[in-house]
Structure formats: structure tokens, C-alpha cells
Design a protein around this ligand. Sequence first.
Ligand code: CA
Length: 220
Amino acid sequence: MTTQTLGLKPNLYQYLLSVSGREPEILTQLRQETAQHPMGRMQIAPEQGQLMSLLVQLIAANKTLEVGVFTGYSTLVVALALPKTGKVVACDTSEEYTAIARRYWQQAGVSEKIDLHIAPAMETLDRLLANGETETFDFAFIDADKSNYDSYYERSLQLVRPGGLIAIDNVLWSGRVADIQVQDNRTKKIRAFNQKLHQDSRVTLSLIPIADGLTLARKN
Ligand code: CA
């Protein structure tokens, strides 16, 4: 995992940020606080957040899904990009990490847009489907336990409307997906997931080598 784009030399990465970084102050504060956290490397990169904000605005999203909140950086990015009526349905299992998230959402004035469910994401997604929310979401961001990526993806694909977008994080997995010496379970799951999406005609696909690798899948 990485909190900046893989493979860019530090001076080029700094240059990229210096000419394109537009991180709002509240997100900078949250990123800095999260960097001090023992699990801080789970946070997405600022340039990735900026891309997601642009994507959410491009598709004029109003209702979005997030699987894996952690300290809430990506949730906040999306909530800030949504219109006033927008809604993020966010899933996480940690009260501890999301307490940090809630503090920043409050401070940014977007708490009312965010509906946080503390439960295994699979349960929340299944409940959304059972509640008849199929094809009501415009955007989904999947960034949680890698062993369940395929299940999260399949459920998100049902929940997102045709023309909606699913973004899946960490698909380059610090480069380990391309190293055949690496055969641990999580790496194998991500490899299998990437291969499956490559053949998946239900979506239009692009794997963006930003941060730790972000796959964009548009539901056809
Ligand atoms: Ca991630």
C-alpha cells in the first residue's frame, strides 16, 4: 500500500502536486492526522482523492457508496464533491477509525450527507439490495479487505445504475501483483480480481496507475 503514486521519482511527484494539487485545507489536516496513525498507510493519496472528486462531478453523482471508510478521507472528498442533496452510504467495521472520520465530516459541514453503517460491508450491501436500492447509486468506491473485493464488486455492480462508475483501490498492490514470487492470499485475490475484470463485458474498464492503482469500471 502507498500514500502516493507508485513509481514516480520524489521530485516528479512533488512537481505534480505543485502544479495540480488542490487539496482543501480540511483534507490536508485529516491526511496529516491520519499519517500519524499506526495504520496511516491505508489512506489514499491526495492526487487520487482529487481524481475521484473530478469523476464524481463529471458523472453528476448524487448518491454514492463507499466500502471501507478508515479515517474518512475519501468519504470527505466525495461528500464535498456532491451537490447539497447528495448522499454517501459508507460502510466500515471500526468505531475507532471512523470516530476520526466523523470529527472531520462535522468540521467540514458534510455530516448530513454521510450515512455511516458500522457493520460488515457485505451485510450493509445485502440490506441495500433487499431494500430495493438496486441501480440507485451513481458511484461506488471499494477500498476494504481485499479478500472480499469480488463480493463487494458484484454487489456494487447491482447497486450502481447503468452509466454509473465503480472505483476499486489498491489494484496494483505496491507492485506485488506483477511479482510471481509473491503468492500470499491477498495478492492472489487481487490478481484474480484484476483478471476477472479484464474479461468482464458488463463494464467499460480502465486501470489508472495513480497511487496504488485505481481501477475504474463503468457499468454498461
Ligand atoms: Ca486503499
